[in-house]
Each structure stands twice: as structure tokens, then as C-alpha cells.
Design a protein around this ligand. Structure first.
Ligand SMILES: Cc1cc2nc3c(=O)[nH]c(=O)nc-3n(C[C@H](O)[C@H](O)[C@H](O)COP(=O)(O)OP(=O)(O)OC[C@H]3O[C@@H](n4cnc5c(N)ncnc54)[C@H](O)[C@@H]3O)c2cc1C
Length: 411
């Protein structure tokens, strides 16, 4: 995404695209939001039918929550207006697709270190070769270890996934997020197959128990054949300083919040817009002379976005599910501790305000929105419509409040 974005917006710069073909991309990340679709239309403008063919894409209207909270067995977080849909897209196909929109010198190599200085950055590779650049976008995926440079988002209660794919396509315009005793399961429809993933907390049940519950779910969905599930562990974190003035970490290298609302690629888009803004505002030559507080402002903005997003995700867990199990009890306690003790007070306060505001937005009005003009009319009628929290508008909060209780306001 970064290479394609820079190709599109800075055709005049010399771009070096370095990657290690021995390290596969993570291979998950198939649910997206309308922001990703808008980005894709700008970078790689092709018809939906072509995306279907090349990237196995299906249209996504939002996320359907099943068995979350205690108010309604099924409720949805729909994209509004409905025309602004997202996509389900093959994680392995979208990479070669985007590669067609990258104009860069391709270098294969294993990056061992990226060192920045006032005059630029040096990318060192195994075998002794290196490359210098004015700006480096570091998208090497999850950091091997979390250190003091990372802020842990301990109130997000999951850290592991079991993922599989079944060759039967299941047509659905929603990603399904189905609560289970030890976490939740995503169901993502592509044109040729369906992706399933059991997202869980690792420590509350044995691997055997989680596998058994996953199999039980798949059997209940009449999924007869599926690939051997692959286990993935992930940290929920944000880099304290994703950008140092020369090196901009993005994607899983910079932050991660579990995939309940499929927000990662939307965050990448925001990060790329910040890179772009930065390059337009500050010519490359001037980068080294910038005051550090300018860099810090940008880092604070990214950190706050991820803190908000992590609280938004935590809120989903705060009202529990139909299961009263160690996982769900611990998830609620962790959210409570995060909100009351760990997250900066002003961010917690903004979450409460956002929920209070959402409670005043009538759902029937939201459901009646058909166009961007309808949406504008609604926003205009509700004075002091707050800015998005974690990238989520008050409309999203209002829809989710239908199924998630007022657990946060009660705190
Ligand atoms: C279970 C799960 C489900 C998810 N679902 C969603 C979802 O539905 N929607 C969503 O938006 N996101 C989702 N995500 C997040 C998803 O991981 C990200 O959206 C995105 O795919 C991450 O891409 P990345 O490029 O940052 O990292 P990666 O895919 O890990 O890519 C890293 C790249 O860097 C290269 N590389 C690594 N180290 C080196 C090195 N030393 N030298 C040179 N090259 C190197 C590798 O070759 C690789 O290509 C999910 C994540 C998980 C764990």
C-alpha cells in the first residue's frame, strides 16, 4: 500500500521498494472499511468486477455481531450511507494486484537495521549491502519483541487466532463476528472461499478446548472441508514514536489492535495520508532541520488514534456476550481497568461523551439514510456532532449501542 501510494502521489521521487521474499506477508486482513475502498479507487481505479476476478473481492456492508452483549442476539455496524461499502478482499491476491501500480526499483534483501540521522536514513541489509534515502517507510510487520518503545494495550483481551479457509463461498454482505465461549469467530466471504478465524485470549482455555469449539462452530455451519487451522499470535500495541523525522513505521510494524472491526487497513490509510501530508508540507531537504516538537505532534496524533480505537474495541467486550466464561469475565475486567486506570483520562472521557451523544441519535433515522446528502442532513440536525473517536463516527457508536449495553457510562 505504501509503495503504491507513494508512486501515485509522488511520481517525481526515486522510490526503492525493498522486501524479503523469504518472509511471507501475514496473510490475514481480508475485511476492510469504506476508507480502504476509497483509497483503492484512487490508487488502482478498476471496476468492481475486475476486483472480483483479480482479488476474489465481495462487497461488504458492515459487520454483523452475533451473540454479543445481552440486549439483542444479532445487531449490525453498517457502513453509512449504504453506497459507501467496503470490501472483503483476498490478502494474498491484493498484494500482486497493487504491485501493478508500483513504479519503483525493486530490491530483494533482508533488512537488518534502519538507522536515521539528520541527513537521511540508511537501510542495512544482510550480506552487508545498504541503501540510503531521505525518508524510509518501514512496513516490516509485527516487531519481534515489544520493548519500552511500545505502549501495550492490555485492555484489549485477545492475543491469538486460529485461522482457516473453506473452499465453499458463503455469500453475505457482512463480515460475521460470532461470540464464542473463549473469544469470537470471524466469517469473511470471498468469491471462491470463506475465511474463518477464532480470535481468543490464549490463557483462558487450552489449545485443545479452542480447537474443539472451533470445530463445533464449523460443524454447526455445515462446513465440511477446511484447511488445517493456522495459529497466529499478535500483540496489541502502538509504537510511542512511530516516526522519528526520517523513518515512518506503518502497518503492523507501528501498531495493532485486534481485528474485530477490521480497522488495520483503515489505519494504514490514515498513516499514508500523514506521510503524504508530511512530504508535501516539509520538502525532503528540510527534514533534518525540523524541530522535534513537530515530529512529536504527529506521533501523538497516531498514538491517540490507536488508543481511541483500542478503547472502542474494548467497549465491545465491556457488555459481554451470551457466555459467562473466564474469557468474558476477564475481558470485562481488563476493559474496566484500562478505562479507569491505564488510558489518559481525557481519552476515556471522550469515549463516554461519544456514547452519550450516540444515545441521542435515533436508529430509525440512521437506517433511513440512503445517500451522502441524507447523512449530511442528519449531521446538521444534531448540534455539536463530535469528531470521530478512533476513526469511528457517532453513527457507528449509535448502531452498536443497539446491542452493546451502557457498561461504560455505568463506570
Ligand atoms: C487474525 C488477524 C486477522 C486480521 N484481520 C484483518 C482484517 O480483517 N482487516 C484488516 O484491515 N486487518 C486485519 N488484520 C491486520 C493485518 O495483519 C493488517 O491489515 C496487514 O495485513 C498487515 O500488513 P503489514 O504489511 O503491516 O505486515 P505483514 O503482512 O506482516 O508484511 C510484512 C512484510 O514485510 C516484509 N519483511 C518483514 N521483515 C523484513 C525484513 N527484515 N526485511 C525485508 N522485508 C521484510 C515481509 O516480506 C512482508 O511482506 C488481521 C490480523 C490478524 C492477526
Amino acid at each position: 500500500m505504501a509503495a503504491a501510494h507513494l508512486t501515485r502521489h509522488f511520481p517525481e521521487v526515486d522510490l526503492l521498494h525493498i522486501f524479503d521474499p523469504a518472509i511471507p506477508p501475514i496473510g490475514v486482513g481480508e475485511g476492510t472499511t469504506p476508507g480502504f475502498r476509497i483509497w483503492l479507487d484512487e490508487i488502482a481505479p478498476v471496476e468492481f468486477e475486475s476486483l472480483q476476478r483479480q482479488c476474489l473481492a465481495t462487497r461488504k456492508c458492515g459487520v454483523q455481531f452475533e451473540n454479543w452483549g445481552s440486549v439483542k442476539p444479532v445487531f449490525r455496524h453498517d457502513f453509512v450511507p449504504p453506497a459507501a461499502n467496503g470490501l472483503h478482499i483476498s490478502a494474498s491476491r491484493v498484494i500482486p494486484f497493487l504491485q501493478g501500480y508500483v513504479r519503483a526499483e525493486l530490491v530483494t534483501g533482508h533488512v537488518t537495521e534502519v538507522v536515521s540521522s539528520d541527513s537521511g536514513a540508511e537501510v542495512r541489509m544482510a550480506g552487508g549491502s545498504s541503501a540510503s534515502a531521505d525518508l524510509v517507510v518501514d512496513a516490516r510487520g509485527f516487531p519481534p519483541l515489544l520493548t519500552d518503545d511500545h505502549l501495550r494495550l492490555s485492555w484489549v483481551p485477545t492475543n491469538s487466532a486460529l485461522v482457516t479457509r473453506c473452499p465453499q463461498p458463503r455469500e453475505s454482505p457482512w463480515t460475521r463476528a460470532v461470540a464464542r465461549p473463549h473469544g469470537w469467530i470471524f466469517v469473511i466471504p470471498l468469491t471462491d472461499s470463506t475465511a474463518y478465524g477464532y480470535i481468543h485470549g490464549g490463557e483462558h482455555a487450552s489449545t485443545g478446548e479452542i480447537e474443539a469449539d472451533f470445530h463445533e462452530f464449523l460443524a454447526s455451519e455445515q462446513v465440511e472441508s477446511f484447511a488445517e487451522p493456522r495459529a497466529i499470535r499478535y500483540p496489541n500495541f502502538v509504537c510511542r514514536r512511530p516516526f522519528d523525522g526520517r523513518v515512518f513505521r506503518i502497518g503492523n510494524a507501528a501498531s495493532f489492535v485486534e481485528p474485530l472491526e477490521a480497522s488495520s487497513l483503515a489505519v494504514v490509510r490514515i498513516q499514508l495520508e500523514l506521510v503524504e501530508f508530511w512530504l508535501r508540507r516539509y520538502p525532503l531537504m528540510a527534514l533534518g532541520r525540523l524541530e522535534q516538537h513537530v515530529v512529536s505532534t504527529l506521533n501523538d496524533r497516531i498514538r491517540d488514534l490507536i488508543l481511541e480505537l483500542s478503547l472502542f474495541i474494548g467497549w465491545h467486550y465491556a457488555s459481554g456476550s451470551i457466555y459467562d466464561t473466564p474469557f468474558w469475565r476477564s475481558a470485562r475486567a481488563r476493559f474496566r481497568q484500562g478505562l479507569l486506570e491505564l488510558v489518559p483520562k481525557e481519552i476515556g472521557t471522550r469515549l463516554v461523551e461519544q456514547l452519550q451523544h450516540a444515545s441521542r441519535l435515533p436508529l430509525e433515522r440512521i437506517r433511513a439514510i440512503r445517500s451522502a446528502a441524507d447523512l449530511d442532513r442528519l449531521v446538521a440536525q444534531f448540534q455539536e456532532f463530535p469528531r470521530p473517536f478512533g476513526g469511528i463516527s457517532p453513527i457507528g457508536f449509535a448502531q452498536l449501542r443497539e446491542g452493546l449495553s451502557d457498561a461504560v457510562e455505568a463506570e
